[in-house]
Design a protein around this ligand. Structure first.
Ligand code: GLN
Length: 441
């Protein structure tokens, strides 16, 4: 019945929303759900999950929303997928995203944009926009995203759902197609904080196949709203669209009325956050994406001339414009003569930003801001203006630069358009943030 209802729902909404790149056949899914239900144990027995299409799934096409990987079927499961299967979860399909997770609106996808279920003319945010839209359109209750600079939180905010960018090193990246290794984590998305917690508890943990995972798990601390000290990022809030400020302020007034202490703080280095993030992200991306040459991996239509010509033709055709822009800029930044000027400097500024955030978090429990400084843009509105698109990530990149956890949850609506509230916490305070989220959802 559950599977039947899910496919009926898909029938009704998916033509308009287009959250999925690949949907599995109903019979296959039904069979797996039945098997899962018959098993004795499992925290997610027979629960359907939508998985972002940059997470490797054995036997299910994993495209990264790129022509380069249009036909790629991985022969293995990512660690998070193995863990989900052990707990009885069943993959419903693979969700749309920005190509190789590069973008904030799900419009750079080779397969076309996903539409925001709250307003079909608008984007669902990105890059995990398909996962966000699959939740908001009522197809699934849980989904996986990945977050390099906000890709879980932007769609969580724009779809009025919950999303967590976990503390760096608490979730294995084995089987996640790498964009920028030092920044990103796979993380849970859901319609409430309880499910977020359940999903995070299943996917997190040390993994010998990802040397950046850590042995300790985040402590299960309970939060007490009335004892919580919130630092509100004043300059970040002031830089937000007035409509966003309005909704956000109402949400935090409610927090104060429930006893929370909220004080305004300035983030001195906030102007440097975006340039620092994009220099580091593009550098790592240019190196990661070198493997897609049409010989070892991916789109390989051409075999002509020298190797260099073959690579150039396959890569020229296989990658979209945003991905190419980043490979070019990243290669430039890392080249002799510019490395010190850009890359090394960005690493130093990253440290300054991290130190400043850590110092705020030594006096406060949580840092508050809107998740996104704008309302969901219309499809086509920002896509041709990369700098404007990058500017949307101002509030979210901070947590990735600092490696700390950040949770986005619904703050309210402006004319039926969702606004998100972001909470950043100390390293390994993931469960604390989730517990806080439960008390204010
Ligand atoms: N919008 C940011 C970028 O394009 C973040 C994307 C992400 O988190 N994957 O890099």
């Amino acid at each position: 019945e559950y599977v039947e209802k899910t496919y009926e729902r898909i029938e009704r909404v998916e033509g308009k929303v287009r959250a999925f790149i690949t949907l599995r056949k109903k019979e296959e899914v039904l069979k797996e759900v039945k098997e899962a239900i018959d098993r004795k144990q499992g925290k997610l027995k027979g629960v359907l999950i939508a998985v972002k299409d940059n997470i490797s799934t054995n036997g299910i096409r994993t495209t990264c929303a790129s022509r380069m990987l249009e036909d790629y079927v991985p022969p293995f499961d990512a660690t998070v997928i193995q863990k989900l299967k052990q707990e009885g979860a069943v993959i419903l399909g693979k969700t749309n995203m920005d190509e190789f997770a590069m973008g904030s609106t799900t419009e750079t996808s080779y397969f076309g944009p996903t539409h925001n279920p709250w307003d079909l003319e608008r984007t669902p945010g990105g890059s995990s926009g398909g996962s966000g839209a699959a939740l908001a359109s009522g197809v699934v209750e849980i989904a996986l995203g990945s977050d390099t600079g906000g890709s879980i939180r932007a769609p969580a905010a724009f779809n009025a759902v919950f999303g967590l960018k976990p503390s760096y090193g608490t979730v294995s990246r084995y089987g996640l197609v790498a964009y920028a290794n030092s920044l990103e984590q796979i993380g849970p998305m859901a319609k409430n904080a309880e499910d977020l917690e359940l999903l995070y508890s299943v996917i997190s943990g040390e993994d010998w196949r990802d040397a950046t995972t850590i042995p300790q798990s985040p402590p299960k601390t309970e939060a007490d709203l009335s004892k919580t000290r919130f630092a509100l990022l004043k300059n970040i809030l002031d830089a937000s669209q007035p409509e966003v400020q309005l909704v956000f302020k109402k949400a935090i007034d409610k927090l104060s009325s429930e006893g929370a202490t909220i004080k305004e703080v300035e983030l001195k280095y906030s102007d440097y956050a975006l340039p620092t993030y994009y220099i580091i992200a593009m550098s790592e991306a240019s190196s990661n994406l070198a493997r897609f040459d049409g010989v070892r991996y991916g789109y390989s239509k051409y075999y002509e001339g020298t190797w260099k010509e073959t690579f150039a033709k396959n890569r020229g055709d296989g990658f979209g414009i945003e991905v190419k822009r980043r490979i070019l800029l990243g290669s430039f930044i890392l080249s002799a003569g510019y490395y010190d000027q850009y890359y090394l400097r960005a690493l130093k500024v990253r440290r300054l930003i991290k130190d400043e955030i850590d110092s705020i978090l030594s006096k406060y429990d949580v840092i508050l801001s809107p998740t996104m400084p704008v309302l969901p843009p219309k499809i086509g509105e920002v896509i041709d203006d990369p700098v404007r698109m990058y500017a949307m990530d101002l509030n979210t990149v901070l947590a990735n630069l600092a490696g700390i956890p950040a949770l986005s949850q619904p703050a309210g609506f402006y004319n039926n358009l969702p606004v998100g509230l972001q909470m950043m916490g100390k390293y390994l305070s993931d469960y604390y943030l989730i517990s806080l989220s439960k008390s204010i959802e």
